[in-house]
Design a protein around this ligand. Structure first.
Ligand code: NAP
Length: 329
């Protein structure tokens, strides 16, 4: 394909703030065996992108960003049987480098987008929604009637998780950083919506759960919520610490888990729960069912041109976003 100004990626040559992101022309060749060439329509913005950019998760430099995008198949390499030119597809398990107008991707990473799911919806929902899927259904295995505390409940993963939990019959305590976000979480169906300081959270939770504490906590905030989450758990409860939005959880004393009531802690990642093409596609199929049945609605809070990715990072890291943010190509 012809290279031009229209074919570019957002890359970084050093780790740091959003200012390290630069727009660079790229050359895309023909797909190798097993690959397809994609023209992206929309790219998902995820908090993990900021971890790579800052160096919290080390990558080789110069590097690209982004694990998730949706678009159109332009060409297929030898041996690719499941996809043809013109197919609408998406991916959400990397490899890193989705902040680009075009890309070569292994066909094994792709899912076909069902009719009725737009590229924008797919880029907004796949990574965050499949995270909600595995956290709720395969990691915590939440049961009907169980209370679940969801941090950052108006955010990308959080807003999908609240709706998902309600759809399967769980009870949700949502925690958010301000009143407007608490109202969003209530609108998503949360039974209790709190926006108190973290230090006050464990006192508010027993009130909602008849003094028991919560059996499951979904915590993507990390450092800032760690103590509040531990203090809010029910005896033998499970703290699923799945993110570092406020920084990584510092090292802790194992005996603390005993003192808090023989509690469990896990620190999972999507990349282990969608490790094979079969797991990845099963997770996506479950998500698409949830979206198409109307049980879960993906809310796109903001759209930025791909070239303005740095602006989108600033908004995400300063807690200004709600729902999903996408980068448009
Ligand atoms: N392990 C996995 O498999 C996996 C997969 C996907 C995402 N994640 C993690 O899930 C979390 C959510 O990701 P997302 O992309 O959906 O982001 P997001 O929830 O839309 O944005 C992060 C939210 O975290 C809260 N937050 C609290 N303290 C913060 C701070 N100091 N700085 C920034 N944000 C802070 C804010 O909500 P409030 O203002 O309401 O507190 C903020 O809006 C991230 O930690 C991400 O790494 C993990």
């Amino acid at each position: 394909m012809a290279d031009s100004d229209d074919v570019f990626a957002i890359r970084f040559h050093e780790t740091g703030g959003p200012e390290v992101l630069v727009k660079e022309p790229i050359a895309i060749g023909d797909p190798a065996p097993g690959q397809v060439r994609l023209r992206h329509k929309a790219v998902g913005l995820n908090f993990i992108d900021t971890y790579f950019r800052t160096g919290l998760y080390p990558v080789e430099l110069p590097g690209g960003l982004g694990n998730e995008a949706a678009g159109i198949v332009e060409a297929v390499g030898a041996g690719v049987r499941d996809f043809v030119s013109g197919d609408r597809v998406g991916y959400f398990t990397g490899p890193v480098g989705a902040y680009a107008t075009h890309r070569l991707v292994d066909a094994a990473r792709l899912v076909k987008l069902p009719d009725g799911i737009s590229s924008e919806q797919a880029a907004a929902a796949m990574l965050k929604g499949c995270t909600a899927e595995y956290l709720i259904e395969r990691c915590a295995r939440v049961e009907v009637g169980q209370w679940v505390l969801v941090h950052a409940a108006a955010g990308g993963v959080g807003s999908i998780a609240v709706q998902w939990l309600k759809a399967i019959g769980a009870n949700v305590i949502a925690h958010t950083g301000n009143e407007a976000k608490a109202a969003i979480a209530s609108g998503l169906g949360a039974d209790v919506s709190l926006n108190c300081p973290m230090e006050e959270l464990s006192a508010a939770v027993p009130e909602a759960t008849d003094g028991e504490g919560v059996p499951v906590i979904l915590d993507g905030v990390g450092a800032a919520s760690w103590n509040a989450s531990l203090a809010s758990l029910a005896r033998r409860g499970l703290l699923v610490s799945y993110g570092n939005a406020s920084g990584p959880v510092p090292p802790f004393d194992m005996l603390e888990l005993m003192r808090r009531g023989s509690v469990f802690v896990t620190r999972p990642t999507l990349f282990d729960y969608a490790a094979t093409p079969e797991e990845m596609r099963a997770s996506a199929a479950r998500l698409f069912d949830m979206l198409q049945s109307g049980n879960v609605e993906v809310r796109i809070g903001a759209r930025y041109p791909l070239a303005d990715a740095a602006e989108a990072h600033r908004a995400l890291e300063s807690r200004q976003t709600t729902g999903s943010t996408i980068l448009l190509v």
